[in-house]
Design a protein around this ligand. Structure first.
Ligand SMILES: Cc1cc2nc3c(=O)[nH]c(=O)nc-3n(C[C@H](O)[C@H](O)[C@H](O)COP(=O)(O)OP(=O)(O)OC[C@H]3O[C@@H](n4cnc5c(N)ncnc54)[C@H](O)[C@@H]3O)c2cc1C
Ligand code: FES
Length: 276
């Protein structure tokens, strides 16, 4: 586990991006300096005992102060239940309890010509910082920016147009964006993996989203014989490797083993995962 800290972080803003989807910006300089793309934080509301436990949220990006130093982090979240429902009513000046950075983060990759990020639902959230890191426009965790990939495509699928959040952030950061929706209200009508399959294979795939989408992406990666990493959204209780509520089955040299998504993940090689 990486060294992590607990902080009570002041909220800078909490703005709507799409239906039921918000971007929360919190001031947390130490966290912002340490966190890397693909890592996450646990978040809870300090003045509420229901829910008592924190919830995991990916780093969307860090924001910089006037000296171009990381000053805090952005989280983009979809309201689905208790904590996210309460979070939607948080205002500038309120405080949230955060602990992180947690998890392994995205892997270091060799130099590539073309990488595709594939997101479904709210699965785009870990990809903005990663895109900037890959294109060398931002360094994270104290590293200087360094370009690793010539071209990054984002394939992003939602149920319907009103749920699409952050598309302009990805375009501005340099991704070629391909959109899909289940009902045809935005881009290609159908699943994002069906849209991806119509294009040439990239050299590397990275996915985040609901499990059926991740399974379909893992199958496509196998068919294309392209390496693929997946970020899992498994529900978590502690986020610290203590409770084992987040385990997933992975292949090992001897057969298989349970791995904790909060510590050994949330990013795994697709070929390692055993789907139930
Ligand atoms: C590493 C990681 C990063 C994440 N990053 C983000 C992010 O950036 N933005 C974001 O919006 N969400 C993200 N999630 C999912 C987020 O943690 C859940 O949406 C959140 O815990 C819901 O909390 P709640 O109290 O609002 O809902 P609850 O009241 O706990 O649950 C509401 C409903 O959602 C279901 N549920 C809860 N968590 C999950 C889950 N992880 N997957 C599927 N169903 C779930 C419950 O079974 C229940 O039906 C991430 C999850 C993980 C593991
Ligand atoms: S959430 Fe407790 S061990 Fe992973």
């Amino acid at each position: 586990m990486t060294g992590f800290a607990h902080t009570l972080a002041p909220v800078i803003e909490n703005v709507g991006l799409a239906r039921g989807t918000y971007r929360l910006r919190v001031h947390a300089p130490a966290l912002a300096q340490a966190i890397r793309p693909g890592q996450f934080v646990m978040l809870r509301l300090p003045d509420s005992s229901d829910p008592l436990l924190g919830r995991p949220f990916a780093l969307y990006d860090t924001y910089l102060d006037e000296h171009h130093q990381p000053a805090g982090i952005d989280i983009v979240y979809l309201v689905v239940g208790k904590l996210t429902g309460l979070l939607a009513h948080v205002h500038s000046g309120d405080r949230v309890a955060l602990w992180g950075p947690l998890g392994n983060g995205f892997p270091a990759l060799p130099a590539l010509e073309h990488l595709a990020l594939v997101a479904g639902g709210i699965g785009q959230t870990p990809f903005l910082a990663y895109l900037r890191e890959l294109l060398g426009t931002r360094g994270y965790g104290g590293d200087a920016p360094r370009r690793r990939v010539d071209r990054v495509s984002l394939y992003y699928g939602v149920r319907t147009q009103e749920l699409a959040a952050g598309i302009e952030d990805f375009r501005t950061a340099g991704a070629t964006v391909h959109l899909a929706s289940d009902d045809g209200s935005l881009g290609f009508k159908g699943f994002v993996t069906q849209l991806l399959a119509q294009h040439d294979a990239p050299q590397h795939l990275v996915g985040c989203g609901p499990e059926p989408m991740l399974k379909a992406l893992a199958n496509l990666a196998q068919r294309w014989t392209v390496p693929c990493h997946l970020s899992l959204e498994t529900p978590m209780a502690c986020g610290l490797g203590i409770c084992f509520s987040c385990v997933t089955r992975v292949r090992t040299a001897d057969g298989w083993d349970y791995k904790r998504v909060c510590v050994e993940g949330p990013i795994f090689e697709a070929a390692q995962l055993i789907w139930e």
